[in-house]
Design a protein around this ligand. Structure first.
Ligand SMILES: [Zn+2]
Ligand SMILES: [Zn+2]
Length: 246
């Protein structure tokens, strides 16, 4: 009882703080400085500049010129996930917000990106998983960055959709060097045995792995294999943005 009262009080204080902040600092576009749209630090013009990933491979969300049941890469090497939901393409100006969020600890940019993802979730209505699992960072990287960008995106999505979220089941047990600059084969090798499930992890039949950006898909493939080997019948990948083919 005591705990409920305290939580309620804290929720009210948070509500007041948010209300005061909104009055004192009306939303302003993080990209161009123009007035934002209600409750979001992004203007309508910059929102319209983001590239929605309309035509894409259903398996891995790779942007395609024309609709197809799968892209060449998925035909050559079947991915461990059934479907990928990637509402945006990784392109300008989303890349600017992502860089601020991921590399410059700009959590306001993270909030904008999460809210865009929540909007598209309602519009795209991807198959509904029973659980969202954000792709974990190794504790060394987490210590350096201070937050896991995948978890920061997953929280608002889970709240908005009512889908359960667990960030303590999948662990990154090997500190892999940064993937940037590596080709697909090197990325796969780099990630071998990078993930492990908690020994007592109990997973439902349908899980969505969530990450911020899918570049080659090597990280998500590796993490998805771990879940599949554990008996998860269907793994989907959910990412904010998908990079086009190089
Ligand atoms: Zn703007
Ligand atoms: Zn594909």
């Amino acid at each position: 009882m005591e705990e409920t009262v305290n939580l309620d009080r804290r929720a009210t204080v948070d509500g007041i703080a948010t209300w005061v902040a909104r009055r004192a600092w009306p939303p302003r576009c993080l990209l161009c400085g123009a007035p934002g749209t209600p409750g979001r630090d992004l203007c309508a013009g910059c929102r319209a500049d983001l590239t929605v990933n309309r035509c894409a491979c259903p398996r891995c969300a790779l942007p395609l010129e024309a609709p197809a049941p799968a892209c060449g890469e998925c035909l050559a090497s079947e991915p461990p996930f059934t479907a990928t939901w990637a509402p945006f393409r990784y392109a300008h100006p989303l890349d600017l917000l992502e860089a601020r969020f991921k590399f410059h600890a700009d959590l306001a940019a993270g909030r904008v990106l999460a809210s865009l993802m929540v909007d598209r979730l309602a519009a795209d209505a991807p198959a509904r998983p029973q659980l969202i699992v954000p792709v974990p960072l190794h504790r060394t990287r987490l210590g350096q960055r201070g937050y896991n960008q995948a978890l920061e995106l997953a929280r608002p999505l889970a709240r908005a959709s009512g889908i359960a979220l667990r960030h303590d089941l999948l662990r990154r047990v090997r500190a892999t060097p940064a993937q940037t600059g590596l080709d697909a084969a090197a990325r796969r090798k780099n990630l071998r045995a990078a993930f492990e499930l908690a020994p007592d992890a109990r997973l439902p039949a349908h899980v969505a792995l969530l990450d911020d950006v899918m570049t080659t898909g090597a990280t998500l493939r590796e993490a998805a294999w771990v879940l599949r080997r554990h008996g998860v019948a269907r793994v989907d990948a959910w990412v904010l943005a998908r990079a086009p083919a190089r």
